[in-house]
Design a protein around this ligand. Structure first.
Ligand code: URP
Ligand code: ZN
Ligand code: ZN
Ligand code: ZN
Length: 546
């Protein structure tokens, strides 16, 4: 056999195992064909990568990425395109993304939307493979009963985000009945249902009260969206799911109470899954205020110098940002996302615990960026000297920093194992979202999507925005120390990122036709509705006999 690429001399990490350095990977074309120990047949390889004792992991799968979403006028879109977003992803070790295709209230059909998103992703090309989730805001009968089965069978779209099935963002939220109708269909079709769980009425009440008290600066965003609003919506989503036995995934879990509620449901063998994101592990709400005093954050007064301490308050304010001016404080808008950064260290600790103990199923970026210095980006909430955090576009960039940050503060700092890292960043997101036939694992027959990391101890640097490949003018993790970074990212057998060579290479990503995910659909318990049907059936039978 002649291999197009051989990767050897590293420690191959899977969801369950780490190999020793004698195991090598042989790749032909797009696929991994061989994973074997023993002497590497270097002579029969067209190209060889020497991993020098570093980890070799599957390519990252980031299933929560917002790119070129149809929700704003095109000229208002100051985020990443499919080109810049996937360029950033590949440089951070992510080889597959799933982006959102959102229904707007006036859209009667999802099918033209899917076409439009294909056009958007296809027009400039992508550096990673990609798929789409649908965001539902107005689930008509036609959409539920005709279009969803079509999307699953013909378009390879096997997941939905809803509370758009949001329980939040007034224009996008769906009511409980709609949520239940969606759950019945996703259960039947084997689709994955993502739920954004924040109770919007609870949020809006607090916002009104903050306004009355003239507390409308970016830092107050964290006060508006309480852990209680997240807990209420999480609990409600779990109860709704319970009624119809539908698997759901609670996205971007940020607080202790929600994590505990999810854990409890899992202990009861309910098909409830959880996602979290780097921002909820690494920053607290005080990162939204300049001149952070390192008082209550537990970091000990100085930016931590060893990766076992968490960054908590990165230097994401510009130098000389003046805490005594609205403009200085307004830079906190860079960290405005929903759910917000939490005030209490106990929430952050609970997210770490959930990540380590298996409650968290998947780790995503929720890359949803807006430029800071742009009147239609983050600056939208600043008019003259008046700040209004409710006008700030929500979301952070992070598709490139996701894996290096978890490798640093999770694996190398000893909080999670490398196997756990692979589970939540690669294997489980692939299984949740119907990518398991091609992605998330290093084994023969799978796509050759691979990340080669540096040997531990070789990298010690800080994240700066100049080093990143997105099209955004800041990173929330500016100044944050990292102790590893992908040295090579391989996409379907081709080196797509070479950190010490040419950086990002012009490899073309492809649309991935997803199949049904395998998590949560294993065991179909009878739903309450099915039980009632059974009673009805029995009653009818008795009726025909008499
Ligand atoms: O703040 C965030 N996360 N915005 C993105 C949209 C969402 O809710 O995921
Ligand atoms: Zn969300
Ligand atoms: Zn501090
Ligand atoms: Zn999101």
């Amino acid at each position: 056999v002649v291999y197009d690429l051989i990767i050897h001399n590293g420690r191959i990490a899977s969801a369950s195992h780490v190999s020793d350095t004698s195991v090598w990977i042989g790749i032909c074309g797009d696929k991994i064909t061989t994973v074997q120990s023993g002497p590497t047949p270097i002579a029969s390889a067209r190209q060889v990568i020497d991993a020098r004792g570093g980890y070799i992991t599957p390519g990252g799968v980031d299933t929560h990425v917002h790119l070129q979403q149809l929700q704003v006028a095109p000229e208002d879109d100051t985020g990443d395109t499919f080109v810049s977003g996937t360029r950033s992803a590949i440089a951070g070790g992510t080889t597959t993304i799933v982006a959102f295709a959102n229904q707007q209230r006036h859209d009667e059909s999802l099918l033209p939307l899917v076409k439009e998103y294909h056009r958007r992703a296809g027009s400039g090309g992508t550096f990673t493979d990609y798929g789409f989730h649908m965001i539902l805001t107005k689930p008509s009968k036609k959409i539920l009963d005709e279009e969803l089965p079509h999307l699953v069978q013909n378009e390879g779209i096997t997941s939905i985000k809803a509370s758009r099935v949001y329980m939040t963002y007034e224009a996008r939220r769906v009511n409980d009945r709609d949520m239940l109708e969606i759950m019945l269909r996703t259960r039947k079709l084997g689709m994955t249902l993502m739920v954004h769980a924040e109770n919007d009425d609870m949020v809006q009440l607090v916002i009104d009260h903050l306004r009355e008290n003239e507390l409308t600066e970016p830092a107050h965003h964290a006060l508006a969206r309480t852990p209680l609003a997240e807990a209420e919506a999480t609990n409600r989503a779990i109860c709704l799911s319970n009624l119809v036995s539908a698997p759901i995934l609670i996205v971007h879990v940020s607080s202790a109470t929600s994590m505990a509620r999810i854990r409890h449901a899992q202990d009861e063998l309910q098909p409830i899954f959880a996602e979290t994101c780097p921002q909820y592990l690494l920053m607290l709400a005080n990162a939204m205020s300049p001149g952070h005093s390192h008082g209550g954050c537990g970091c000990g007064g100085a930016p931590p110098s060893d990766p076992e301490s968490l960054p908590l308050a990165p230097s994401n304010f510009s130098e000389g940002a003046d805490a005594s001016t609205v403009q200085g404080r307004y830079e906190g808008a860079k960290m405005v996302c929903s759910p917000p950064l939490r005030e209490d260290r106990s929430d952050l600790d609970a997210v770490w615990k959930g990540l380590a103990n298996g409650t968290v199923t998947t780790f995503s970026s929720d890359h949803c960026p807006s430029r800071y210095n742009h009147p239609k980006g983050k600056k939208k909430g600043l008019v003259g000297c008046e700040a209004d955090f409710t006008k700030i576009p929500n979301g952070l960039p992070g598709v490139e920093t996701r894996l290096p940050l978890l490798m640093t503060y999770g694996v190398e700092a000893g909080r999670i194992s490398i196997q756990r890292f692979v589970q939540v960043c690669c294997t489980q997101p692939a299984q949740l979202y119907g990518l398991q036939h091609r992605k998330g694992e290093i084994s023969p027959g799978m796509d050759a999507d691979i990340v080669v990391w540096y040997p531990e101890g070789e990298i010690d640097e800080v994240v700066t925005n100049e080093k990143l490949h997105h099209d955004i003018d800041y990173t929330p993790f500016e100044g944050t120390r990292v102790t590893n970074w992908p040295r090579y990212t391989v996409l379907r057998g081709k080196v797509a990122y070479d950190r010490e060579g040419q950086g990002v290479l012009g490899v073309k990503g492809e649309y991935v036709h997803r199949v049904k995910g395998t998590m949560g659909h294993e065991k179909r318990t009878e739903t309450h509705l099915e039980r009632i049907s059974r009673f009805g059936e029995a009653k009818r039978l008795v009726g025909t006999r008499s």
